[in-house]
Design a binder for this molecule. Structure first.
Ligand SMILES: [Zn+2]
Ligand SMILES: [Zn+2]
Length: 275
């Protein structure tokens, strides 16, 4: 990891539930986990089922530190924690950042619900590599190495947090899970994502499907393109694909979206983007 790097790797791009199978081979079936190698540091957003493969790769490398940013703790974003090998390794220092839970709720308590009898055999206290820190959504976190982490509240049941990572004038935004339609939050997101090179966005639904899922806490690829245009984002990235969305359907969505915005990217497991 060189100090000038800004590399994004997708380990899980699916929402709701892992969906391995012949219809999801190309875009991938694992739930959300995205790695950012920025300025010599490893930043991770979410620990869905995709985190299992990331953890195996991390174990094979020399570094033993990372920052893990949780958008929120719905199951699809944390189900990889019990299978994320570095979390159990005391040689690791993985700083876990969360802002969607405020006292008396906390990230370790939420993970404790997941990793407890009778749901799981190994307790949350075994996560010796995890260290926890809390912030208020809207605050800007300074994690060193010239990396700025801006945060913002999203519109999602139980709350979720968007992130913007900036280093040496380049920036990538992650907005998931989020439902468009709250005027104040939508306006704040135009400012939050302004002129970002990359915007990874919750495109669970098509505009047509959304009509039947108002209030579910997710957005559409059409809203992604609207926000990307309003914020003058370099590349919008469709993310948090619906579990039922086949590779063929994603191909069709990509074609339609690229006719509107040619720079559109469809997130896929294994995809790497470099800024
Ligand atoms: Zn989700
Ligand atoms: Zn969610």
């Amino acid at each position: 990891m060189a100090a000038a790097d800004f590399l994004i790797r997708f380990w899980g791009v699916r929402g709701s539930i892992p969906v391995p199978g012949i219809d999801t081979l190309r875009y991938g079936g694992n739930t959300t986990c995205v790695e950012f190698l920025i300025g010599g540091r490893r930043l991770i957003v979410d620990c869905g089922s995709g985190a299992r493969n990331l953890g195996r790769r991390m174990q094979a490398e020399a570094s033993r530190s990372a920052d893990l940013f949780f958008t929120h703790t719905h199951f699809d974003h944390i189900c990889g924690v019990p299978f994320f090998e570095p979390a159990f390794d005391p040689e690791w220092t993985i700083t876990c950042h969360a802002g969607h839970l405020q006292p008396p709720e906390s990230l370790p308590d939420a993970l404790g619900l997941l990793m407890a009898t009778p749901l799981f055999p190994v307790p949350c206290s075994s996560l010796k590599g995890f260290h926890y820190t809390t912030f208020t959504p809207g605050s800007v976190l300074d994690i060193g190495n010239g990396i700025q982490v801006a945060t913002t509240p999203l519109n999602h049941p139980g709350g979720a947090v968007g992130y913007r990572f900036t280093h040496r004038g380049r920036s990538a935004v992650v907005i998931t899970d989020h439902e468009h339609g709250d005027a104040a939050i939508d306006a704040s997101l135009v400012r939050f994502a302004e002129a970002a090179d990359i915007m990874i966005y919750d495109t669970m639904f098509t505009a047509e499907e959304y009509e039947r899922h108002v209030g579910w806490g997710h957005s559409t690829w059409q809203s992604c393109l609207d926000l990307a245009a309003a914020a003058k984002v370099g590349r919008p990235v469709f993310f948090h694909h619906a579990p039922a969305r086949s590779d063929a359907e994603l191909d069709r969505i990509a074609e339609t979206a690229r006719a509107i915005a040619p720079q559109t990217v469809i997130a896929a497991e294994g995809l790497e983007l470099r800024l």
